[in-house]
Design a protein around this ligand. Sequence first.
Ligand code: FES
Length: 579
Amino acid sequence: MSQTRKKPEELRSHRWYGVKDMRSFGHRSRTAQMGYHRSDYAGKPVIAIINTWSDINPCHTHFKQRVEEVKRGVWQAGGFPVEMPALSLSEPMQKPTTMLYRNLLAMETEELLRSYPADGCVLMGGCDKTTPALIMGALAMNLPTIFMPAGPMLRGDYKGKYLGSGSDTWKYWAELRAGNITEADWQDVEDGIARSPGHCMTMGTASTMTSATEVLGLTLPGAASIPAPDSRHAQMATLTGKAIVEMVWTDVKPLDFLTAASFDNAVTAVLGLGGSTNSIVHLVAMAKRAGINLTIDRFDELARQTPVLANLRPSGAFLMEDFYYAGGLRALLGQLGDLIDGSARQCNGRTLAENIAGCQVYNAEVIRPRANPLVAKDGLAVLRGSLAPDGAIIKPAAMEPRFHKHTGRAVVFKDYNDMAARIDDPALDIDATCAIVLQSAGPQGAPGMPEWGQLPIPQKLLKQGVRDMLRISDARMSGTSYGACVLHVTPESHVGGPLALVRDGDMISLDIAARRVDLLISDDEMARRKAAWQPPPPKFTRGYGVLYLKHIQQADKGCDFDFLEPEAKQAGTGEPEIH
Ligand code: FES
């Protein structure tokens, strides 16, 4: 990384503010219109604060306040903060799924940074897809970049019991459908499960991705674990604002320090956390933006040697608030020890080893030692086979072990509406050994690859006490979910993958030890069905959806748009000259 300091006239913003021509007169006079004197910004780094606050995003409600704390840090360090609102991907509110819009926010982030006088940026995100989207866009521009995570919300509360985002929704919904709790109980769960600002406080996608981002070195050390309402979170926002100004002067850019080892570290940390399956799609896409070829098979290789040490729901018992009090991510990385490459450099100019030096575990039940892991290995597994030639994902740590090797009769639903209409039909021919199959739930088919992968168990089986079954789809699954769910089946059914060819009554086998998922029909029968398959009509005929369908890639490629990958141009090289 650069040891020299930039001169003010070397700042990117100098082209807007420093030159003597008519257009820069316009930039300066309009900045004056906003109430800033020339001395507020002249010769200072302009820090773009990309803020995904929105009235419709409950995970980011505190960002109105936090952005002021980031600005305070930027001012104190001698920078000029400029808040730029960006598309807020609100996981619980957006239909069919925020995943449909992850790449749109990535594009918006890239274009905001390209078209405005940004010398560096603070990315404010946390709710699931906001984190990978902001980072993918920023990596494409490769300006000095730092991420300020939203932080997890407080534990949920229900009749004196802790509630976990998502996980306890599924749990109590199943109990309601089974007749074990009342509507009034369900209302109490609704009122108490999300009771503060911040993202989901289980080890769902949000906690997984903000933690991975810290391990990559794109946050200050310790940033990802602090609960959103904690005053130390506000302090971290100010420190982040101070840090980015120094990063601009010393020209510390993400592609200067992100390496294959950084991404291996992130994957290992995700595995040690028992993190979300969604991280696979996002980290593959983020790595590509950094010019690094991270494959889904690398997740499987690292999973075979990485124990799950974080005892967090949905795999374990505790919540992010407990994790923070137990020492947080830095303490977990310390426990992972030699599985982490401590020489990886981070945005503050130090190595990962230096940034976690002195960390301690304060509760060994929440952050387990290597000698007493929650799960010895295989937090995630990548499957292949005749049903998923290009791969599928499962989370062995969050399912009933009896399904690790299982063969079941397929009960097939052709799309989500078909499943919703028939799953609870008392006449449905299904038992607890069957494999529930959902088609048309992938990147093109749904579209947007929603988190439908934890397919519902039929009500009649719930009433018999069944709580897990083999379930297979080309969808993703919420990181807060659990169950024997084979996900991300690739190629997806909408483009004619084998999943499209499954019929009621076929036998499907899952063997996690062998990393196989197979449709047990003959090659001839598979070929006959393939020849008879008709592609369904596209799901969009106008707008952003058309762009999406034309360019979206499959799950094993990270679901990025083909034209945004580095070889597709200018990514990581900054920008074309702007006048
Ligand atoms: Fe925002 Fe879960 S809903 S992180």
